[in-house]
Design a protein around this ligand. Structure first.
Ligand SMILES: [Zn+2]
Length: 125
């Protein structure tokens, strides 16, 4: 995680306020800075992430899961894109096979992540 100077945090907070955000009584579980309500979403301007406020520590891991999974999916998609580009230029059969296998496992990570996220969402409803 990128650590910001206090000035940076203050600047981001004032930007959030200028943009119509509201400072909330809750604090960020990660950095301890006050959270903002920005267009109906609770965000930490210091971490630059949406934050889900939970009642206790036991729930916090689970609340974080969809956020973690969606950033995982972003990374996986980037890697698949990268490997697809590389695959196009390959001629060596074993390299093609290895790259295809890697793409295959990335795709199953993606599918599992989506499955878990859907399951979590359904449980909440
Ligand atoms: Zn934070």
């Amino acid at each position: 995680m990128v650590s910001l100077s206090k000035d940076d945090v203050v600047r981001r907070m004032s930007e959030a306020l200028k943009a119509g955000g509201k400072m909330l009584a809750h604090t960020c579980p990660v950095c301890g800075n006050p959270l903002f309500d920005i267009k109906g979403e609770m965000r930490c301007v210091a971490c630059d992430k949406p934050v889900v406020v939970v009642r206790d520590q036991a729930e916090s891991g689970r609340a974080l899961l969809p956020i973690v999974l969606s950033s995982l999916e972003g990374v996986v998609v980037e890697k698949i894109d990268e490997l697809t580009g590389r695959l196009a230029g390959l001629v060596d059969l074993s390299e093609i096979e290895e790259t295809a296998r890697t793409i295959d496992s990335l795709l199953s990570v993606l599918r599992k992540s989506e499955e878990i996220r859907t399951a979590v969402k359904q449980k909440e409803q």
